[in-house]
Design a protein around this ligand. Structure first.
Ligand code: FMN
Length: 330
C-alpha cells in the first residue's frame, strides 16, 4: 500500500522561544503532578520533555494538610495537599541533581508566606546550574497564609514579583489563579513588576461532601479542582491573559491529549503544562508530543511556531471581549 506522503519527510520543528528561554518543545509537566521527576523516570524518557516544573518549594520543609487530601470527581480531582514539600535545602542537595544529570531544563515553582520568604528563596536558587527559570506560585487555593492571597490582588501580585525580580537574574514565570474576577488585571500587574512570562491556570477553588457521613470529603473543606473539568475555564483564562499582556503565556488546565495542548497553542500560548493527566497515564506527555508532531505533518507545517496563535478571531470579536469584561456592551 502506498505510504501517506504527509507521514514521511523531515520531522516538524517543535522548538519554541519563550522570552529568554529556548525549549526543545512546548510540552512541560505541571508543578505538583510530577514530583521531582525521578518518580516518573521508569515510565518516560525525561529528556523528551520541554521542561520539568518541580513540586512547589518553600524555604523550610512543609508537611502539608492533614488527610484526606484528594477527592476524585466526575471529570477531574480536588486536591488539598497544602504545598507539602522537602524545602529548598533538601531540594538542592538531593532532588535537583537527578534532573540536572539528565539535562532536562528545570523550572522551580516557588512560594512563601511573606514577601521576604519569596525573595530569599529566589536568591537561593539564583545561578544554580540546571535551573532555567522560576515559576512564582501566587495561586495555591489550599493554604491558609500566602498562596492565593498574593494572586487575587493586583498590588500584592506586583509586590511579590518585584521582590523576586530583585533577588534573581533567572527568567520569571508568574502562575495565575483563575479564582479572580479579572485575571487580565493580575496578569498586567505581574508583567509590570518584571515577570517575563505567565502561566495559567492553577486549580479552581472547589468542594466535595459525603451524603452519608454528612461531612466535607477533604479535611481542609476546600481544595483545588484540576483535570478535564477545568479545561474550558483554562482556555478562557489563557485567552483573556493573552489579550491583556504582550509576553509569553504557558497554558495549563485539563490537558490530556495532543488536541487539548494544540487548543492552547492555537489561542497563542507558547507552551503548555500537563498536570493531572500524569497521574492517570505517566507517559501521557510522550503521547501528546507524538500527536502534536503528527498533526503538524498532516497540516503540512514545518514548525509548531507556524501554528501558535493562529486562531481565527474575525468571527469572535467583540463577543469574547464582552464576555471577559474587557469591552462594554454596545
Ligand atoms: C496534586 C496536585 C498538586 C499540585 N501542586 C502544585 C504546586 O505545588 N504548585 C503549583 O503552582 N501548582 C500545583 N498544582 C496545580 C497544577 O500545577 C496545575 O496548575 C493544575 O493542576 C491544573 O492543571 P491540570 O488540570 O492539568 O492538572 C497541583 C495540582 C495537583 C493536582
Amino acid at each position: 500500500m502506498a505510504q501517506n506522503p504527509d507521514a514521511r519527510g523531515a520531522a516538524p520543528d517543535l522548538s519554541v522561544q519563550l522570552g529568554p528561554l529556548r525549549l526543545r518543545n512546548p510540552v512541560m509537566v505541571a508543578s505538583g503532578t510530577f514530583g521531582y521527576g525521578e518518580e516518573y523516570a521508569d515510565f518516560l524518557d525525561l529528556t523528551q520533555l520541554g521542561a520539568v516544573v518541580v513540586k512547589g518549594i518553600s524555604l523550610a520543609p512543609r508537611p502539608g494538610n492533614p488527610p484526606p487530601r484528594l477527592v476524585e470527581t466526575a471529570a477531574g480531582m480536588i486536591n488539598a495537599i497544602g504545598l507539602e514539600n522537602v524545602g529548598v535545602d533538601v531540594f538542592l542537595e538531593s532532588k535537583l541533581p537527578y534532573l540536572r544529570d539528565r539535562h532536562v531544563p528545570v523550572i522551580v515553582n516557588i512560594f512563601g508566606n511573606t514577601l521576604e520568604e519569596y525573595a530569599e528563596l529566589a536568591a537561593r536558587l539564583d545561578g544554580v546550574p540546571g535551573i532555567v527559570a522560576l515559576e512564582i506560585n501566587i495561586s495555591c487555593p489550599n493554604v491558609k497564609s500566602g498562596g492565593m492571597i498574593f494572586g487575587t490582588d493586583p498590588a500584592m501580585a506586583a509586590r511579590v514579583v518585584d521582590a523576586v525580580r530583585r533577588s534573581t537574574t533567572l527568567p520569571l514565570i508568574t502562575k495565575l489563579t483563575p479564582n479572580v474576577t479579572h485575571i487580565g488585571e493580575i496578569a498586567r500587574a505581574a508583567v509590570g513588576a518584571g515577570s517575563d512570562m505567565l502561566s495559567c491556570i492553577n486549580t479552581v477553588a472547589a468542594m466535595a461532601v459525603d451524603i452519608f457521613t454528612r461531612r466535607p470529603k477533604l479535611a481542609n473543606i476546600f481544595g483545588g479542582l484540576s483535570g478535564p473539568a477545568v479545561k474550558p475555564i483554562a482556555l478562557r483564562c489563557t485567552y483573556e491573559v493573552l489579550q491583556a499582556v504582550d509576553c509569553p503565556v504557558i497554558g495549563i488546565g485539563g490537558i490530556a491529549t495532543a488536541t487539548d495542548a494544540l487548543e492552547f497553542l492555537l489561542l497563542g500560548a507558547r507552551a503548555v503544562q500537563v498536570g493531572t493527566a500524569n497521574f492517570i497515564q505517566p507517559a501521557v506527555t510522550a503521547e501528546i508530543l507524538r500527536g502534536m508532531e503528527l498533526f503538524l505533518r498532516v497540516q503540512k507545517l514545518q514548525s509548531v511556531e507556524e501554528y501558535i496563535g493562529t486562531l481565527d478571531r474575525q468571527c469572535l470579536f467583540p463577543f469574547a471581549e464582552i464576555a471577559c469584561g474587557m469591552t462594554d456592551l454596545p
